[in-house]
Design a binder for this molecule. Structure first.
Ligand code: NAP
Length: 345
């Protein structure tokens, strides 16, 4: 039995859902995987760098009682990780699509402090994948990010564990649920802003919802999938991007009537099959019978084309914040399994 000191950097919708899920799953983790844990660090801009070496009470944390037991509280991520004795850091700060900061710096600090780094922040993958993966290997730690692209759909681990030597040729996907919710609200006769507000209530928008609406979130996900799974960096600026802000409400409603609704569709492919890697995000009216048309609310799906299999589709039906938190929790258990096997020693 090993007790892990966990540090949560970012304590918004996802960070709080993770704390809640850790509490719910603690017995299964102890009995099934020999893993115990305590949350020894919690941080955000408003909360500062709070540390409790003996572990925070999760209920109190969720009730907003985040008081550092170390005085003076550390200043900065490195001092915080050290004071909290971090074994695993969960990075769930807001997306910054253009630089991936401060998430890249946070993950780097965690790995250099000897902790596993688990993130839901796709910016860290797009802007730091190569560097952070190499650093993780060098330090014998894990840099895992299953929650970044499609909540808890096991996309990266599926390729890593179950599809060795399969080559990903292209993919087509619905990767952003906020825009689906907005389109559905417009289909029901409401307006664009009401759609944004509904998605915010569901807790599924980015901190700045314009990153969803204008296609940034989906474009960053395209880059993350392409960079990791197609093994070639795809830059954000190389993704053709159009959001849903200017969709015409009458056309959206007519499209639904036809049974061919609009969705924000993301793609990556190689020109001529083997040439330059390309990506796009744009609203598309789906073909009749397209399985993506059945995806409503927060649902997400990806259809992969592989050299050994023309079509492999995975879908998450109505995932919620607990599903995203589970992506982080699963990464944590997988890192702990690696420790158990002696990886990194
Ligand atoms: N919500 C979802 O359904 C979902 C699904 C998959 C992935 N994600 C990803 O998960 C991450 C968090 O999403 P969320 O929904 O939890 O967002 P959120 O509710 O807005 O929470 C963001 C948290 O990060 C903190 N934060 C932001 N900038 C920071 C900084 N520079 N330094 C320290 N803390 C900072 C915020 O607190 P302060 O304002 O106090 O700093 C807050 O605690 C994002 O990267 C998002 O893309 C979200």
């Amino acid at each position: 039995m090993k007790t892990y000191n966990l540090c949560l950097l970012g304590f918004g919708n996802v960070g709080r859902a993770l704390a809640r899920l850790l509490a719910v799953k603690s017995e299964e983790m102890r009995v099934g995987f020999g893993v115990e844990w305590k949350i020894t660090g919690v941080a955000s801009r408003r909360l500062g760098w709070a540390v409790a070496p003996e572990g925070f009470d999760v209920e109190k944390l969720l009730a907003g009682e985040v008081e550092s037991r170390v005085s003076p509280a550390p200043q900065g991520v490195r001092a915080w990780l050290a004071a909290a004795g971090a074994d695993v850091m969960f990075e769930t700060t807001s997306l910054e699509p253009h630089t991936g900061q401060p998430a890249v710096g946070h993950v780097r600090a965690a790995l250099e402090a000897g902790a596993h780094a688990v993130t839901a922040n796709k910016g860290a993958v797009v802007h730091g994948y190569e560097e952070l993966s190499q650093l993780a290997r060098a330090r014998g730690r894990k840099f895992l990010f299953e929650a970044t692209v499609a909540d808890c759909l096991p996309v990266f681990s599926m390729f890593r564990e179950s599809l060795p030597a399969a080559r990903l040729l292209s993919f087509r996907a619905v990767l952003n649920s906020t825009t689906t919710v907005i389109i559905e609200e417009i289909e029901r006769g409401r307006n664009f802003q009401e759609g944004v507000e509904r998605a915010q209530l569901m807790g599924i928008t980015e901190t700045d919802p314009s990153y969803d609406v204008d296609g940034w979130d989906a474009a960053v996900k395209v880059c993350a999938l392409a960079t990791v799974l197609m093994r070639e960096p795809l830059k954000l600026g190389e993704v053709e991007r159009e959001g849903v802000r200017h969709l015409d409400a009458m056309r959206v409603r007519a499209a639904r009537e036809e049974g061919r609704p609009y969705r924000l569709v993301s793609r990556a492919w190689r020109d001529g099959g083997g040439g330059k890697l390309r990506g796009s995000v744009r609203p598309e009216q789906l073909e009749q019978g397209d399985p993506f048309a059945a995806l409503g609310g927060s649902s997400l799906a990806i259809r992969f084309a592989l050299d050994v299999l023309p079509g492999l589709t995975i879908a998450a039906h109505e995932p919620n914040l607990q599903s995203t938190a589970y992506g982080l929790l699963a990464d944590f258990i997988n890192a702990a399994r690696g420790d158990e096997r002696g990886e990194g020693r």
